[in-house]
Write a protein that binds this ligand. Sequence first.
Ligand code: SF4
Length: 448
Amino acid sequence: MRRRPFLDRLKSLFRVTFMELLENLHLDWLGNYSDIPLEAFFKQDMLRLGIAFDVSALANPDSYKTKDYFIFSFDRIPLHEMTGQENWKAPEEIRFADGNYHLRSTVVSVRINPESPYKIVLRDGTLKIYFGADELAEVVYPVIPDYYKKKYKAAKPPGEIAPVIEWGYLIYLTVFRNCQYFGKEEECAFCDINHNWRQQKKSGRPYTGVKSVEDILEILQGIDLYDTVAGAYTLTGGSVVTQLNGKNEIDFYGEYASIINQKFPGRWISKVVTQAYEKEDVVKLKDAGIEIYHPNYEIWDKNLFEKYCPGKARYIGRDNWNRRIIESARVFGEKNVIPNFVAGVELAAPHGFLTIDAAIESTLEGVDYFMSHGISPRFTTWCPEPYTTLGQNLPAPLEYYMKLLRGYKAIWKKYNLPVPPGYGPAGAGKAVFSVSAFMDVLEGSEKN
Ligand code: SF4
């Protein structure tokens, strides 16, 4: 059935509580963003504000996939303040749909925030998400993958060694759970990888500093046998500035890639996150079987890159970083170089932009720069995690994200670029990428 145009849908909603909702949300400007799917609007708002859970919504945590804390905390409060044990009971993601606003099915990563206006409650046997008193949509939680239920020799559970996110699409291999950029002078100011490590260990979660290749291969074998959903894996973790297990960063991550790709050739799209390296180094990753390279540049503005990514700025430098991104396209092909930026952090005090428009202008300049070279960056939604240097900031305004989604898509269309590979399907109602709505607003398939 063809979906009604947005404005028709909007008019039909006037009869219910939509205008009330807009007023509550302070979003009377939504009419200016009718090109953005309503689903993307709610998704971005849930990502920036987090989600609260009623006790009724977390009563049966053995029946769904809970948060595996796959790399960062992505929560708005520390674990020790989670009086409802949300860190053990909250789902990894939610999928909302239908409800008063006839929303298409939309996957959102869970960022725990008991103070969020978005709250999930079990009512009449159905999970529902509310904004204040307004019922927005019905909710489902992700199923526990079959391979999680099998027995392995590895001492730690599959959800620690090789969890899946993005509704089962992406196997997330954080093989190094710390970063050698350490302390305020070096760590990225928005990143809680080292803080998260400490709080998870303290809470009793079986976190692994450096994962063994044998454990990973064993769980991947389980995925190979019992799973039909996962389409990609990402090798990732903190930066290696000196050496780790006697190897530099390229050799450290490259060894995992090489062994995995020899054992399971072509089984999943292979992706890696490392710092930006010279061509002769990234060739080694390509030779190890990596298809997609994520040298994340985090923030486009020069001053903010230096202030908020002090380790990266000092050890590699912004100019080198961005040059290496462009040059690595000669190794992987343009569409297979996908650097991430942390959307919204450029508005963080004390050094950030003072207006949304200034932040958008800067960030879209960066998007245009990379896309003009055939490279589509992607973005995650900044979460002011409490232990980070920038953790006392409020999240970036929703208006920023609406302008970003619109600008990003316009530039992507201007350069006639393909849907970035390795993220599953694109489009509202189809996308599974869960930490920003960038895939929800694109159209087409990664084959185009
Ligand atoms: S390089 Fe920055 S963003 Fe990456 S893990 Fe280290 S501190 Fe975090």
